[in-house]
Design a protein around this ligand. Structure first.
Ligand SMILES: NC(=O)c1ccc[n+]([C@@H]2O[C@H](COP(=O)([O-])OP(=O)(O)OC[C@H]3O[C@@H](n4cnc5c(N)ncnc54)[C@H](O)[C@@H]3O)[C@@H](O)[C@H]2O)c1
Length: 339
C-alpha cells in the first residue's frame, strides 16, 4: 500500500484524513509544527485506528528538515494541508501569510523534487472564487480573491499546476474546500483553534458550552432566505473521504485536476443555529452584528465534477455536523475545564 506524507497532518482536516487513510490501509506519516494543533493528536489517532503513526515535528519552510523527512520516510505522495488560514490575520500581516503559505510550499515542492516525489494533493479553498456571479459555483467560475489568505491559495494553486505542466510534478489534485465542520464520531479529534475561533462552528460550540456569552451573526440583510449569510457546510469526515478518492486518482493518473469539495446545499448561519439547537438540545444565544467586510452573501458548490471524476459525494447531513461537533466540543470542555 502507498505511503503518504501529510503536512499539517495534526490539524483539523489532516487528522480526519489520517483516520480515513489508516483505516483504508495506507501508511501515513504526519508532519506538523504544532503551531495550530494539539500535541496529543497522534496518540488520539492511535486510539481511533489502533495504528501508531510516525510524526515529524518540522516547519515546511525548513527545506533541510523537509528533505530529511522525505529521506527518512520515502513516500509515494504528499497531501499538503499545512498553512495559515485566518482571513483577518492575513489582512493584518500579509507577509506572514506569503512566507508561511507560499514560501513554505516552495520549500516543500523543492524538497519533493530532490526526493523524486512527484504526486501531491493540495488543500485549496472556495475563497478563491471571492464574490461569485452565481451559485452553485462550478470550477469554471471566475477567480477573484478578496483577501490575502485567498491570494496565497490562488498563487499556490498556480505554482502546483505549473509544475505539472512543466513535468516537475507528475500529478496533482487541487481541492477547493467549502466550509468544513463537524468532527470524528468518536469525539476524540475535532477542530480546536487556539485563541478566538475565526469560524462559525467552533465559535457556536464555545457559546453552547458557556465559554462565550453569545454568537455574533454578521449581517441579517443579505439577499438570502433569512438575511444571514449562506454557506456550504461539509462534514469533515466527508471531506476526509474525498481526499482518499483524490489520492487514488493522483497515484494512478498523471496530470492535474481541480475540484470543488462541498455538498451543493447552502445553509444560512441562522439555519445552522437552529439545526444545532435541534440536534443537541442546547440553546445558542446570538446577536445580530453588522456585516463583516469581505464576507459574501452566499457561497455554495456545484459538486458534480468531484462526483464524475472521483466517484465521491458528501453523504452526511447538517444534523450529523452539529451533533459530532458538539460531542467533540463537550469532550474538550471536560478535558480543559474539568468535569
Ligand atoms: N478549515 C477550513 O475552513 C478550510 C477551508 C478551506 C481550506 N482550508 C485549508 O485546509 C488546510 C487545512 O486546514 P485546517 O482547517 O485543518 O487547519 P489547521 O490549522 O487545523 O491545520 C493546519 C495544520 O498545519 C500546521 N502548520 C501550519 N503552518 C505550518 C508550517 N509552516 N509548517 C508545518 N506545519 C504547519 C498547523 O499546526 C496545523 O496542524 C489549510 O491549508 C487550510 O488553508 C481550510
Amino acid at each position: 500500500m502507498a505511503r503518504i506524507l501529510l503536512t499539517g497532518g495534526a490539524g483539523f482536516i489532516g487528522s480526519h484524513t489520517a483516520v480515513v487513510l489508516l483505516e483504508r490501509g495506507y501508511d501515513v506519516v504526519l508532519l506538523d509544527d504544532f503551531s495550530n494543533a494539539a500535541r496529543d493528536v497522534p496518540a488520539r489517532l492511535q486510539r481511533i485506528t489502533g495504528v501508531g503513526v510516525p510524526l515529524i515535528e518540522a516547519d515546511i519552510r525548513d527545506e533541510a528538515a523537509m528533505a530529511a523527512a522525505l529521506a527518512a520516510f520515502p513516500v509515494d505522495a504528499v497531501i499538503h494541508f499545512a498553512a495559515k488560514k485566518a482571513v483577518a490575520e492575513s489582512e493584518a500581516d500579509p507577509l506572514l501569510y506569503y512566507d508561511s503559505n507560499i514560501v513554505g510550499t516552495v520549500r516543500l515542492l523543492a524538497a519533493m523534487r530532490r526526493a523524486g516525489v512527484g504526486r501531491i494533493v493540495f488543500s485549496s479553498s472556495a475563497t478563491v472564487y471571492g464574490e461569485p456571479d452565481e451559485c452553485p459555483i462550478d470550477e469554471q467560475a471566475a477567480l477573484r480573491v478578496t483577501n490575502v489568505y485567498g491570494r496565497t491559495k490562488l498563487v499556490m494553486e498556480g505554482m502546483i499546476t505549473d509544475l505539472v505542466r512543466t513535468r516537475t510534478l507528475k500529478a496533482a489534485a487541487v481541492l477547493r474546500y467549502f466550509n468544513p465542520v463537524g468532527a470524528h464520531p468518536s469525539g476524540l479529534i475535532g477542530e480546536d483553534p487556539t485563541g478566538v475561533p475565526a469560524n462559525l462552528m467552533p465559535y457556536l460550540c464555545q457559546v453552547a458550552e458557556g465559554k462565550r456569552p453569545y454568537l455574533n451573526v454578521f449581517g441579517d440583510d443579505y439577499p438570502t432566505h433569512d438575511g444571514s449569510g449562506v454557506r456550504d457546510f461539509i462534514h469533515v469526515m466527508d471531506l476526509a473521504e474525498a481526499h482518499e478518492a483524490a489520492l487514488r486518482r493522483v497515484l494512478g493518473t498523471d496530470g492535474d485536476f481541480t475540484v470543488n469539495l462541498g455538498t451543493g446545499t447552502g445553509y444560512s448561519v441562522l439555519d445552522m443555529i437552529g439545526a444545532f439547537e435541534g440536534a443537541t438540545g442546547v440553546k445558542v444565544p446570538y446577536k445580530i452584528a453588522p456585516r463583516r467586510p469581505g464576507d459574501v452573501a452566499a457561497c455554495y458548490a456545484d459538486p458534480a465534477r468531484a462526483a464524475t471524476l472521483l466517484g465521491w459525494r458528501a453523504t452526511r447531513g447538517i444534523e450529523d455536523m452539529c451533533r459530532d461537533a458538539w460531542r467533540w466540543q463537550s469532550k474538550i470542555a471536560l478535558t480543559n475545564h474539568g468535569p
